[in-house]
Design a protein. Structure first.
Length: 222
């Protein structure tokens, strides 16, 4: 995590892995639950079992701690995408695997998903801009490369620019991600598709993949 080295002090690296993870989990939970502005740094320290003074030995400010938790989550996203997008699978298989990963990670890391929306509340600093770009660039780069590769293979239409196709697919994925992680979007999910929709993961994957492929697939020559 190159960006993380700028957000932590050297003393943070001297902590045990268990202690570092506890601080990250605690900060993620508090920021996701209360938002950046309303999160109390004292509460994070108390729940992490350290003093406020110690916390400031690891991070220069509350903003640095907040941005670090998001950067840490970005690594999770990179790991998921890196294991699926380059794999020797068909486009349908990759889409299915990506959606399954979304379903799993959104449920297991709801607070991390909610945390991303809090970036808009931190202000307009250059650091926030860079981190926001880094987060989006992960999926943008991989999805655009995937679309270009499939266009070269001739499996999807070429009249839609690869970056636009990647952008639209990612928008669907983001919406789906929040449908599993956010209470509001979960309610919306159920209103459209029924109260048992979260019990029908396979059906969701099949229908989203069909929707995307029907939008992108090349029309057969007459």
């Amino acid at each position: 995590m190159q960006e993380n080295r700028k957000l932590t002090k050297p003393t943070f690296d001297n902590l045990s892995e268990e202690k570092r993870h506890l601080i990250i989990r605690t900060a993620t939970s508090e920021f996701a639950r209360n938002g950046f502005e309303n999160t109390n740094i004292n509460t994070i320290a108390e729940k992490a079992g350290i003093s406020v003074g110690s916390l400031y030995k690891y991070f220069e400010s509350k903003q640095d701690l907040f941005l670090f938790t998001i950067a840490h989550g970005t690594d999770v996203l990179k790991d998921v995408l890196s294991s699926i997008v380059p794999a020797e699978l068909t486009l349908e298989e990759k889409l299915n695997a990506l959606i399954e990963a979304i379903q799993t990670t959104s449920r297991e890391q709801k607070e991390l998903i909610r945390l991303y929306s809090e970036l808009t509340s931190v202000g307009n600093s250059e650091l926030v801009k860079r981190l926001s770009y880094e987060i989006e660039a992960v999926s943008a780069t991989m999805y655009t490369a995937l679309m270009r590769e499939e266009q070269k293979k001739g499996t999807i239409r070429g009249d839609i620019e690869a970056p636009m196709a990647a952008f639209l697919v990612d928008n669907l994925f983001i919406s789906l991600q929040f449908s599993y992680a956010s209470e509001y979007y979960r309610q919306r999910f159920g209103i459209y598709l029924g109260a048992t929709i979260e019990e029908r993961d396979r059906s969701v994957r099949e229908q989203v993949v069909a929707f995307i492929m029907n939008a992108l697939r090349r029309e057969e020559e007459p």
